[in-house]
Design a protein around this ligand. Sequence first.
Ligand code: SDX
Length: 394
Amino acid sequence: QSPCGPIIHGLEDVLIKSTSISDIDGEKGILWYRGYRIEELARLSTYEEVSYLILYGRLPTKRELEDYINRMKKYRELHPATVEVIRNLAKAHPMFALEAAVAAEGAYDEDNQKLIEALSVGRYKAEEKELAYRIAEKLVAKMPTIVAYHYRFSRGLEVVRPRDDLGHAANFLYMMFGREPDPLASRGIDLYLILHADHEVPASTFAAHVVASTLSDLYSSVAAAIAALKGPLHGGANEMAVRNYLEIGTPAKAKEIVEAATKPGGPKLMGVGHRVYKAYDPRAKIFKEFSRDYVAKFGDPQNLFAIASAIEQEVLSHPYFQQRKLYPNVDFWSGIAFYYMGIPYEYFTPIFAMSRVVGWVAHVLEYWENNRIFRPRACYIGPHDLQYIPLEQR
Ligand code: SDX
């Protein structure tokens, strides 16, 4: 409450627009993309097809999907200046490089210049929309290249160019490690990308909307979203969760770790709790099953799956978490298989961004259909009309 009226802290439950891209039933733990349940898409689809669905609002025909995949393969390459930006940030956390590289790509993309000029005079008709969708496809296609190139430069390795005969997920692993990936690993990346493609308007998607609402541009909206996703309370939780499991080291310590998180001001358990889900995150359920299969095939040498399972058990039976309806979320399980694939944990959130980029651009294009600049208010509680005292008298 404030003198001006109710403050909605963290914009909890504030509606900023209507959308038909994704819907979440937080009470029941259900997620839909364009009306399809996530379980069905996870089982039957691919990220190529799901990203088309999210962008264009319907499942593609065979021909539409082939054309889309061919366009994406053409867009995978980066502008030479962008490669230099990534090389210069090789020692920085990959989320900083991702943010800078997306901005650089946007700075050099002629399509983007054309769109910026059109938007600046308020023109957003069929021709501009076509430009915007092309830019959206470019962003989806380029993210894996940026992430993989950074990984190579950070290890002092030369880049591995994209291969046209590999799908989106397999090609990413190929560009990372320079060898054809194990099919189960490619399936894991593809599944992860499907599960994270959109999620209504979390902080990162909201950030994309704010930048787009000023008619800045699509690349800048995605750069802003990446900046928001980097935070440990949002996308960075999967990196923190695996670091915690590695530090805990044994399932026997799960009880004390969970207990510590219930103390006021105690360290929040990464990968637990959610603003919308007051039930088990359906994405976490699906990726937990994949992780179980992955460690069944390749082993669990650092006990990560066992430690996460022990922590989950404690959380699901502890009154503190039950009272607050806190359950594992997608970040709780998403890092274990990645870690065993040899993906360093600082690359987990960049992979989250590689997926969510299609949600960010789809939401911006949807918002631009009925754009209005975001300009909330704040309630001023300071003094007014103070008299200025000259410095020598202070
Ligand atoms: C993602 O929004 C999205 O959709 C995001 C996402 C997506 O797909 O884009 O789903 C991806 O970001 C998943 C969430 C990843 N983050 C984490 O796992 C970080 C740990 N989680 C918490 O920081 C927290 O649960 C949030 C940030 C996820 C949600 O924060 P809220 O809704 O603002 O909840 P809150 O801080 O008001 O917590 C309510 C209560 C508090 O206790 P009390 O003050 O009532 O006593 O629950 C407690 C919190 O202290 N609590 C936790 C906790 N999460 C909340 N206590 C211990 N451990 C936790 N993880």
